[in-house]
Design a protein around this ligand. Sequence first.
Ligand code: CAA
Length: 304
Amino acid sequence: MSIAHAIRTVGVLGAGQMGTGIALVSALRAKVPVLLYDQSQDQLKKGLAFAEKLLEKDVSKGKIKSEEAKEARARIMPVDSSLGLKGFRDTDMVIEAVSENLPLKQTIFSTLAAELSPDAILASNTSSISITKIAASAIPKGASAASEEGKKSAGRVVGLHFFNPVPVMKLVELISALQTTQDTLDRARSFAVACGKEVTTSNDVPGFVSNALLMPFINEAIMCLEKGTATRDDIDTTLKLGMNHPMGPLQLADFIGLDTCLAIQKTLYEGTSDSKYRPSILLERMVDAGWYGKKSGKGFYDYR
Ligand code: CAA
């Protein structure tokens, strides 16, 4: 029997491509009011404009009615920048989708735990960072991890890993921290299903299932290029036409963001101490150069 998610309002933190997509499926599919926050007003405006564009496109393709698009757009409300994370105070769940940086996420979860009701779910869309480490940062200052207060606060933290582009990709990976309660897992799963997603579960290991498999594949493709095994186009075409992948691994790396790929690969390498996860030097250098892929206009391909 499925458990009701009981989410009346959801907060989405970060209005980049992932956060905007999560806000959109929450408003359009789960039909819940969404508070969207980004510390950059410019990014927030861009995110809202992108959500509008996607809704208009769905209307023009006859996928949704114009009324549904209007209602979904009206459900997404920007959080006033002066409020910061306090703007999420009355939400029943916050989904964090900021960059892959553990200290940043720890500060955010510590603040959210102090601001929100003890029953609110705190979810991270992280691609590889330990949910257990993030959950530990939700323990109130002065409380121990073993206290009832500490267990309750860390127990509402969960990994809810969406895939890019969020409106198109059918999967959400659900990750349980050591501390996550069954109730949190059930409600988070139920919310992802309401967003129209299929849910798989993974233990909290570096990269979970998805990126423990995908990133070494992308990293190997970059090493092939680095070693001169084949050209960029031949590597991508081999995988597209030989294995029916929608994109070749180098194009996919550009699409995900090379900075994100490197951050995940480093998490795998450092989290396991296994040399098989060593990031490709070419990937490191491209990130050093500011070539982050599609979002920066240059990666393995040129997007200007
Ligand atoms: N946002 C929303 N919708 C988008 C979109 C975006 N950014 N980009 C494309 N779409 C939609 C299009 O509008 C189109 O919709 P319709 O079917 O309604 O027309 C549909 O996706 C197909 O798009 P296109 O016809 O333009 O192009 P395509 O057929 O080449 O598909 C793609 C594009 C869906 C991105 C496809 O190439 C693909 O599936 N690529 C692989 C994506 C992937 O692997 N994502 C996971 C990355 S890993 C991750 O996200 C998690 C992590 O932890 C790193």
